[in-house]
Ligand binder design. Structure first.
Ligand SMILES: Cc1cc2nc3c(=O)[nH]c(=O)nc-3n(C[C@H](O)[C@H](O)[C@H](O)COP(=O)(O)OP(=O)(O)OC[C@H]3O[C@@H](n4cnc5c(N)ncnc54)[C@H](O)[C@@H]3O)c2cc1C
Length: 466
């Protein structure tokens, strides 16, 4: 019987386990995670008497892989957005001194607030561009269903006609689509700053897919009643795989002779036949070594966590396997149960604070975004979630931003997601014979859906090897 280790019990590792169970039903699958529970960068914490997501907040439930996990676990998506109360149903774009634009929270980018400021075409053109990218991306599901496998993220994106978008900035792509610069810098960049703590200089694929996944191109993302992370924990339990929790993997060792990762695939000519993917077989078993020194051998190992943040080493024939360097973004989440300052935000008496505030880049603004993340039964007020990059929000800033603060807590993601600069190369899906890697694709865009696609691909490569 073959044995496979998966390192990482987030979206990618769970999806890999799902496919391995289906394609290799007799295989022994062991999932290692350094945290006590599965879920990865989805995390729910209790704050002021209410549950609040501090990682991935919304999931695209309609995407086929996530839907497969929802079906497997019989999870029903509960609500389309985190709970707000009725009077908070608007979004505001903060320019550092005032709300430059306020708009209804729905329906997306073509509404009166934006049209008044920028005319009708910028919103329409943006939605058209997002829809085109989302529909090209969705073709991955047809290809994966037909059994297509990819050795590199570049080959996967190229097969979808998306490789060029990863090489240009979001601002450039929007300009090319005829969207006004003001709309890009004041509205769209403020939203990408919320999604990725990165402005319109991020790569166009990440920007467009991120905005589409956030529901700005028609699809409705959802949050799960029990917490987004429970989907992955329950799926692993339903699949009957062994979860070795609270166990950090420090090394993955392939005993093989030196191995050269495949070069990124050259752009494919339209209509050219796809080469069959040959998966290099390992010449021996692959060792997984954990922090407490335990060593277990497997026929294949899937690394489903970013190498830059996983704090582990991969070696082949005693040589360290290196991947193209990527920087990671540090993100600070601050939760406040309280009342935003009417004076700071310039609210007239009786004027409601927008439920979601997206901040343009300004030295005067200490936060990147601020939004209602729930309601505190303990204090009878909204819970506000504030995001900042690189630095936590100071107490002095909180005093300026809030008239009342009943409770405050802070959470940090040291490696939230890669800095999604255009042209950043993603590491291949095969790091060494028998060692597979899901998180190279994250150099192009970091979402739970992208992680499931990568996890599904690497599991297919494992199945082909075995
Ligand atoms: C603040 C924030 C907000 C986000 N919002 C959204 C959103 O709304 N929607 C969305 O789709 N995406 C969102 N994302 C991105 C999304 O969360 C990630 O892209 C996705 O969860 C990545 O999944 P993954 O399985 O590839 O990696 P991860 O979720 O990071 O899973 C990797 C797992 O590996 C484990 N691990 C790491 N190293 C080791 C080791 N050495 N040994 C053992 N275990 C190890 C970790 O504990 C973790 O459980 C957000 C991310 C952040 C940080």
């Amino acid at each position: 019987m073959s044995s496979i280790a998966i390192v990482g019990a987030g979206a990618a590792g769970t999806m890999a386990a799902y496919r391995l169970r289906r394609d290799l039903p007799g295989a022994d699958v062991t999932v290692f995670d350094r945290e006590p529970t599965a879920g990865g960068r989805t995390r729910r914490i209790e704050f002021a008497g209410a549950p609040v997501e501090v990682g991935a907040t919304v999931l695209p439930a309609a995407s086929p892989h996530l839907k497969a996990l929802l079906d497997l676990t019989r999870t029903k998506p509960a609500k389309s957005v985190p709970a707000t109360d009725a009077k908070h149903e608007s979004v505001g774009f903060w320019d550092g001194a005032a709300f430059a634009v306020t708009a209804k929270a729905s329906p997306g980018l073509v509404n009166a607030g934006f049209v008044r400021h920028y005319g009708p075409t910028s919103g329409l053109r943006t939605v058209a561009a997002l829809r085109q990218t989302a529909s090209r991306w969705a073709k991955i599901y047809g290809l994966q269903k037909a059994g297509r496998l990819f050795l590199t993220p570049a080959a996967l994106l190229d097969a979808l006609g998306l490789a060029d978008l990863t090489g240009m900035s979001f601002r450039h792509a929007m300009g090319r689509a005829g969207v006004k610069g003001g709309f890009v810098d004041e509205i769209l960049a403020a939203i990408t700053r919320h999604l990725y703590t990165q402005d319109a200089r991020l790569n166009a694929f990440a920007g467009e897919l991120g905005l589409a996944a956030a529901g700005l191109a028609g699809a409705t993302p959802v949050a799960l009643e029990g917490g987004n992370g429970t989907l992955f924990a329950q799926a692993l339990a339903a699949l009957g795989v062994e979860l070795v929790a609270e166990t950090r993997v420090t090394r993955i060792e392939a005993a093989d002779p030196a191995y050269r990762p495949p070069a990124p695939a050259p752009p494919r000519r339209r209509g050219a036949r796809e080469e069959a993917v040959a998966v290099p077989p390992p010449s021996g078993r692959i060792a997984v070594v954990t922090k407490d020194g335990e060593r277990r051998d497997f026929d294949a190992v899937v690394l489903a966590a970013p190498l830059e943040t996983a704090d582990l080493k991969v070696s082949a024939a005693r040589r360290l396997v290196r991947t193209p360097p990527r920087q990671f973004q540090e993100v600070h989440v601050t939760l406040v149960a309280g009342t935003p300052s009417a004076g700071y935000f310039g609210l007239a008496p009786g004027q409601a604070m927008p439920a979601h505030v997206f901040a343009a880049s300004s030295p005067r603004t200490p936060f990147w975004s601020l939004g209602v993340a729930g309601r505190s039964p303990e204090f009878g007020c909204p819970i506000w979630k504030l995001l900042t990059a690189s630095r936590p929000l100071s107490d002095a800033s909180l005093r300026r931003l809030f008239d009342e603060r009943h409770a405050v807590t802070r959470f940090v993601w040291k490696g939230a997601y890669p800095v999604l600069d255009p042209g950043t190369e993603g590491a291949p899906f095969v790091l060494a014979p028998g060692v597979y890697y899901a998180n190279g694709l994250e150099a192009a865009a970091s979402t739970a859906e992208v992680a499931t696609v990568a996890g599904y691909n690497v599991a297919g490569l494992v199945a082909r090897q075995l």
